[in-house]
Design a protein around this ligand. Sequence first.
Ligand code: ZN
Length: 243
Amino acid sequence: MPIRVTVWNEGRHEKKNATVAEIYPNGMHEAIASHLRKAGGLEIRTAVLDDAEHGLSEEVLSNTDVFTWWGHLAHKDVDDRIVDRVHERVLAGAGIVVLHSGHMSKIFRKLMGTTCNLKWREEKNEREILWVTRPGHRIVAGIDDFFILPREEMYGEFFDVPEPQCTFLISSFGGGEVFRSGCTWTRGAGKVVYFRPGHETFPTYHDKNVLRVIENAIRWAAPNEKLPSIAFGNRKLGWMDSK
Ligand code: ZN
C-alpha cells in the first residue's frame, strides 16, 4: 500500500513576491510534490490555504497518512476547526512533517503546547551547515555527515519546543548560531517531524538533500499498520472478569 501524502502549503508568498514566484513558479508545494511523485511508494496530493476548507476536507484527511506543512504569512487565516481536525487525525496515527516557518503554525503549536518561538535573521548570502546528529536514523538515510545550503535564513536557539525525542540534525550559521533543525516527537499514535530549511526567497526545495530528508521523514512518520489503534471509553473486562 502506498503512503498517502498531502503536501500542504500556504501558497501566498508565491502570489505576492516575484522572487518567490520565479523560484517556485508552481508553488513550493509543487517543488516538493514533484520530487515525491518520482520517489515511489507514495501517493501525492497537494492542498493550499485558499482551497475550499484549505484543501483539508474530512474526506482528504481520512485518506491522508502523512501531511507536510509550510506556512508563514497567514497562520492566523487557518480555520481553527480545520486545525482541530488535523490535530485529531495526527493523534489517531497520521504523521506530520512541519517545514521551516511552519514552526509558528497553529497546528504545530497545538501539537507542541509551547510558543515554538525562536531567533531569526534573513541575509542575502548566509550559509547553513546541517550536521547529522543521529547517523543510522531512517530520516537521514543517504545523507553524509553534513550538507550545506549556500543561502538560507538563520534560525537560532532558543527554539521553544518540548525536548525532542530525537534530534537528527543541528545547523550552524555564519553568525555562530546553532539550531536544532531536525527533530521528532510522538503525539498520541502519530509522529511529528520538524525540519527547518525552506525560506521562500531561496531555492531550498530544489536541493536534493533537503528533498531527501523530507521524503525520508514522510516514510518514517507514516503510520505503522501493525500499530493498534487507540480506543477510549468504557471497556468491558476480558480475562480479568473470568478470574
Ligand atoms: Zn523564512
